[in-house]
Design a binder for this molecule. Structure first.
Ligand code: GLU
Length: 407
């Protein structure tokens, strides 16, 4: 099933709980603008998209992904999730996402720069600090944002750092953006474990994915006393039931490019890793990792979705029936975009916030959205995902109503 078909099923389910009219549902199911382009770089062509799902709450906001599996269907799903994420976080943004179907691992640094600049040349009319604001996502980073900003400012002939977030600090980015998604995930996990009176010390954690999000949360949870028993990257995983020394694993990853080169652990496949007996499973890779094929074998008690859409609709139902608690993506990984919001406010006002100030905003916003979600989850006896969807959808619909777009 397509990723967006999956996303749609959750929306349909939440619509029923909310008694939405067909008009309201239609509005949330449809994307406002789909832009597609073919980027030509050094004689090669790459398909690229920028999609705004909804902009009732403010300009579009969401990252740009460079990945060989990027498709229109995927960008549609990612932009839809951004609408919900931004709404739940209470920040003044609609939802958008972009992507290029390319494997940056096959390209030189110069070619990645060319793809980044070509992307902006294709879409510059549709992005901007009050229109739609990109950021990093899978396989894009502050350097890519810097090239994109530079290309944009050259075309427009003026500075506009607020047109993109996740920039290097010297171009108006902020220090904490790099690890904000992971920090947010850790804060949310801690709130959740506190609520259910579960301790952190020695709690077993398995992490799928060792990119920016997976690696940083591994480091943070390790420092907080969690016991990380397995991690993986695209080459496979490693496991040690006595706990991995994450500092060493990070060193190996940086030197040898894969966690599988770590010698004090047993090699596991991605499939085995997901099915390990653990307290917490952190999904920090890509979509559709837990499906109806493996959901029955999952032994984790709690799942933190640091990636977007890692569990299919059918798998989610199976996990719910097994009483496995899933902390949904639109809450668990919202730390990144919340700090992007701080960066954008700084750029637009010319202010410079301290790290402590931004970390406080991050914590406050997460606390507010976590408590709202948790309370509704208890009150309505629904999954955490449904509670989060209902809160997010309601705020978007309210904005659409105020604009006169709905009766
Ligand atoms: N790509 C990130 C996400 O999926 C961050 C988006 C942003 O900062 O705009 O939430």
């Amino acid at each position: 099933m397509s990723v967006f078909e999956n996303a749609k099923q959750n929306l349909e389910k939440a619509s029923k709980y909310m008694n939405l009219s067909d008009g309201e549902k239609e509005l949330l199911l449809n994307h406002k603008i789909i832009h597609k382009a073919r980027l030509n770089v050094n004689g090669k062509g790459y398909d690229a998209w920028r999609i705004i799902h909804n902009d009732a709450l403010g300009p579009g906001k969401g990252g740009i992904r460079f990945h060989p599996n990027v498709s229109e269907d995927e960008v549609k799903s990612l932009s839809f999730w951004m609408s919900l994420k931004n709404s739940l976080a209470g920040i003044p943004y609609g939802g958008a996402k972009g992507g290029v179907k390319v494997n940056p691992k096959d390209l030189s640094k110069e070619e990645i720069e060319e793809v980044s600049r070509a992307y902006v040349r294709a879409f510059h009319r549709y992005i901007g600090q009050d229109k739609d604001i990109p950021a990093p996502d899978v396989y894009t980073n502050p350097q890519v944002m810097a090239w994109m900003l530079d290309e944009y400012e050259r075309i427009k002939g003026r500075h506009e750092p607020g047109m993109i977030t996740g920039k290097p600090v010297e171009l108006g980015g902020c220090e904490i953006r790099g690890y904000a998604t992971s920090k947010g995930g850790k804060i949310i996990l801690n709130f959740f474990l506190d609520k259910i009176d579960e301790k952190r010390e020695g709690t077993r954690v398995v992490i799928q994915g060792f990119g920016n999000a997976g690696m940083n949360i591994a480091k943070m949870l390790f420092e907080d006393g969690y016991k990380i028993i397995a991690v993986s990257d695209s080459k496979g995983g490693i496991m040690n039931l006595d706990g991995l020394d994450i500092k060493e694993v990070i060193k190996i990853k940086e030197e040898k490019k894969s966690v599988t080169q770590y010698s004090k652990g047993k090699r596991v496949t991605n499939k085995e890793l997901l099915e390990l007996d653990t307290d917490v499973l952190v999904l920090a890779a890509l979509e559709n990792q837990i499906t109806k094929e493996n959901a029955d074998n999952i032994k984790a008690k709690y799942i933190l979705e640091l990636a977007n859409g890692p569990i299919t609709y059918e798998a989610d139902e199976i996990l719910n029936n097994k009483n496995i608690k899933v902390i949904p993506d639109i809450l668990a990984n919202s730390g990144g975009v919340i700090v992007s919001y701080c960066e954008w406010v700084q750029n637009r006002t010319g202010q410079i916030f301290s790290k402590e100030y931004m970390e406080n905003i991050l914590k406050e916003k997460l606390e507010r959205s976590f408590n709202k979600t948790y309370n509704l989850y208890k009150e309505r006896n629904v999954s955490l995902r449904m509670a989060a969807y209902m809160i997010a959808m309601e705020r978007i619909l309210k904005a659409e109503k105020s604009r006169g777009n709905l009766d």
